[in-house]
Ligand binder design. Structure first.
Ligand code: PMP
Ligand code: GLN
Length: 380
């Protein structure tokens, strides 16, 4: 019978915690998704395109209007030119784009450097391609990268480095200096890079998001992944895009066309219309989410949790070590059942979790939900 290719993998923590939250009618601050709707104009555009009969296959690389809007946004936002035909591919979610990029790069026996805590889809994608994930831990508490450790982890088999900034689950953001270090290492060892930038627009306190697209030598060897789910509050629409040089894009598309073939047509058309009509929408997100982060953090000032306000993403880590030394996986379940609040334990994102006591809370929620969650947490 079938011998599992992923014997150590169960159902994702996001699915498990959201299911538990529903079962116990808990406030669900676990899986990362907004509890409010997308902008009205985007929802209207979606309905309009469905009703207009735009319900058949899109071009494999994505609807042309959308790829043009993406290129226009990258130019406006970062001052960088990218070719919609040869460098931009619309994908049915960043997860699929990452899977395809990994499979385009990795052969059996290749090694891939990932940083722990590591988004849950990376290692299985590497393993299914026959590669080996080499886990380099981020620094404790600051979740910064120790580039000496990265250099030390490189072997003749290393082929790829995967980065994620703003970082899920920690909310840390890579600096310009980090990207320069990455660039030096990638160039020295001739490595490819997958850069997961799905939270690029969720960045706080005046911090800057640095994209691999902004560094000439990095850009030459990188796949950069983005998600409309995050930017437009439509995680269920599962649509994103990959920006990569033409030669890498060709290889990505060879895989993508046999994994999903295309992303959903009316979604792409609706997003393109919305981006054209509201070019500054994405830039407004930082203020919107920073206010939510601040509301949540301010309401936790008198709690027993320790925390540093998140610099990016819509996640806030809370250190519960002053309350209990229990394992985070057990605690996340217990608190969902006993206190009616669901979160994500971060030890599951490590190959070997250090002793630490963090739970991740998603603050992409209505203000009353955030205040109610904070009240519950203050009482613990
Ligand atoms: N990367 C990271 C770091 C994420 O948090 C997520 C999920 N939200 C994804 C990729 C996947 O994005 P998508 O829903 O577009 O597949
Ligand atoms: N990225 C989301 C999170 O971190 C979850 C996406 C998923 O459920 N696969 O919570």
């Amino acid at each position: 019978m079938l011998k599992s290719k992923l014997p150590h993998i169960g159902t994702t923590i996001f699915t498990r915690m959201s299911t538990l939250a529903i079962e116990h009618k808990a406030l669900n601050l676990s899986q990362g998704f907004p509890d409010f709707d997308a902008p009205e104009a985007l929802l209207e555009a979606m309905t309009r395109h469905v009703r207009a009969g735009h319900n058949q296959y899109a071009p494999m690389a994505g609807v042309v209007h959308l790829r043009e809007q993406i290129a226009a946004q990258i130019l406006r936002h970062r001052g960088i030119n990218s070719d919609p035909d040869s460098e931009i591919t619309v994908v049915p979610g960043a997860t699929e784009g990452i899977f395809c990029a990994v499979n385009a790069c990795i052969r059996p026996g290749d090694e891939v450097i990932v940083f722990d805590p590591c988004y849950d889809s990376y290692a299985p994608a590497i393993e299914l391609a026959g590669g080996k994930a080499v886990h380099v831990p981020l620094n404790a508490h600051s979740f910064g990268v120790n580039w000496e450790r990265v250099s030390a982890a490189i072997t003749p088999r290393t082929r790829l480095i995967m980065i994620n900034s703003p970082h899920n689950p920690s909310g840390a953001v890579l600096s310009r200096e980090d990207l320069l270090q990455l660039q030096d290492i990638a160039e020295l060892h001739d490595l490819l890079v997958i850069s997961d930038e799905v939270y690029e627009h969720l960045i706080f306190d005046g911090a800057q998001h640095h994209s691999v697209l902004q560094f000439v030598e990095l850009r030459r060897r990188s796949f950069a992944l983005f998600s409309f789910g995050k930017t437009f509050s439509v995680t269920g629409w599962k649509t994103g895009y990959c920006v990569a040089p033409a030669a890498l894009t060709t290889e990505l598309r060879k895989v993508h066309q046999f994994v999903c073939f295309v992303a959903v047509t009316p979604v792409q058309m609706a997003v393109a219309d919305f981006m054209e009509a509201e070019p500054d929408y994405a830039a407004s997100l930082s203020n919107f989410y920073q206010a939510k982060r601040d509301l949540f953090c301010d309401a936790l000032q008198d709690s027993r949790f320790k925390f540093r306000p998140s610099v990016g993403t819509y996640f806030q880590l809370l250190d519960y070590s002053a309350i209990t030394q229990e394992r985070d996986t057990q605690l996340a379940e217990d608190w969902t059942q006993q206190h009616g609040i669901a979160s994500i334990p971060i030890s599951v994102f490590y190959e070997e979790s250090p002793v630490q006591h963090y739970l991740r809370f998603c603050f992409a929620k209505n203000d009353d939900v955030l205040l109610s969650a904070a009240e519950t947490l203050c009482a613990i």
